[in-house]
Design a protein around this ligand. Structure first.
Ligand SMILES: Nc1ncnc2c1ncn2[C@@H]1O[C@H](COP(=O)(O)OP(=O)(O)OP(=O)(O)O)[C@@H](O)[C@H]1O
Ligand SMILES: [Mg+2]
Length: 343
């Protein structure tokens, strides 16, 4: 699709990813023809309102789709290795080792019955074959590195003995413990207080810059995107509707949905505002309108938008190592929507 996807520097290449919910007669398509890439050392944001398919896309990459949801087309490559439909045993060896994960709820990922030191050390023993003593001292270094005070003592703490922010730091330490090539962080700070959110994001950004690990960040939060990422992938109702370097997105968003998202964040707003103020709502999977899925909410829609499903059109821009720009809108592709400042 883009030259970027064929680029050997990509750590993750998702191409045409399509996920169906099996069962019953109708098989709603939850994620449809999703294409994007994360370059080595890069940080890419996946954004969009609730229910757009961000988490399902991330779960497909990890081989952790919920029961009943299956890939029916496309590919997910880590470097040049295909991950889609690989055996669970193989994927389990990749998760934790080559792909670290950070989820919204630390307690859903941390084992409540193990000390945090054992959890991190165990991962290094399992994936890297490290000896117990070495793994343990490495675990202490990792806790230090994610800013946990008195790391030697905290190694012996159980997750429930730590605050939410400290638990999230432990999860970050676990995610990077085996020096992965890619970290997938799905709403990593949404469950935290605003002040702690900023600290955790600052930590993630420092780690990313120091270690060069590539990051795919799933978020509702445009403030986070601006601070953290070089490229943005905007999803709407299972589709990617816009792909863009972050600076171009903020300066000149093209897709009407992206423009509406940007406008929904008031200037001088409190940071971390949820993107929930565009009139109307995201249609449910299986209930997508014909033509463009955003049409019922789109201020630019014309009759043709109800008849024709737009495909991604390439735009100019995307130079300097950034992703090519693309947008899934008939009217933008036809040059009918004037470029305007988005905010
Ligand atoms: N376990 C499941 N079984 C069936 N459908 C699901 C399941 N989980 C999510 N879905 C559906 O898949 C679609 C995409 O959901 P997904 O969780 O990927 O959205 P999201 O963009 O991550 O939203 P949020 O911002 O709320 O996390 C939605 O229509 C949702 O209802
Ligand atoms: Mg989600």
């Amino acid at each position: 699709m883009s030259e970027r996807l064929e680029d050997a520097r990509n750590v993750l290449s998702v191409e045409g990813l399509t996920l169906d919910l099996a069962g019953g007669h109708a098989q709603p398509r939850l994620v449809d023809d999703v294409t994007f890439a994360v370059p080595a050392g890069g940080a890419v944001a996946l954004i969009g309102e609730s229910g757009c398919g961000k988490t399902m896309t991330a779960m497909a990459v990890l081989g952790l789709l919920p029961a009943g949801i299956r890939p029916v087309a496309g590919s997910v490559r880590l470097g040049d290795r295909e991950l889609l439909n690989r055996p669970e045993r193989e994927l389990a060896g990749i998760r934790g080792r080559e792909i670290g994960t950070i989820f919204q709820e630390p307690m859903s990922s941390l084992d409540p019955t193990m000390t945090v030191g054992d959890q991190i050390a165990e991962s290094r023993r399992l994936h890297l074959g490290e000896r117990r003593g070495t793994a343990r001292s490495r675990a202490r270094e990792l806790l230090d590195r994610v800013g946990i005070p008195d790391a030697a003592r905290r190694l012996r703490a159980y997750p429930h003995e730590l605050s939410g922010g400290m638990q999230q730091r432990v999860m970050i330490a676990a995610a990077i413990s085996c020096d992965p090539r890619l970290v997938i962080a799905d709403e990593p700070t949404t469950a935290l207080d605003v002040t702690i959110q900023a600290e955790i994001l600052g930590l993630l950004r420092d780690l990313q810059r120091d270690s060069g690990v590539a990051v795919l960040l799933v978020t509702h939060d445009l403030g986070v995107v601006a601070d953290f990422c070089e490229d943005v992938v905007v999803m709407y109702a299972g589709h990617v509707v816009e792909r863009s370097p972050v600076t171009d997105l903020f300066a000149s968003a093209r897709h009407p949905y992206t423009r509406a998202l940007l406008r929904s964040v008031p200037a001088g707003r409190a940071p971390r505002t949820p993107l929930d103020v565009i009139p109307g709502r995201v249609p449910s999977a299986g209930d997508f309108p014909a033509g463009c899925r955003f049409r019922p909410r789109c201020e630019y829609a014309v009759d043709a938008c109800a008849r024709t499903e737009p495909v991604e059109a390439r735009l100019d821009g995307g130079t300097g190592g950034h992703a090519a720009r693309g947008t899934r809108c008939l009217r933008v592709a036809a040059g009918e929507i004037e470029l305007q400042e988005a905010r």
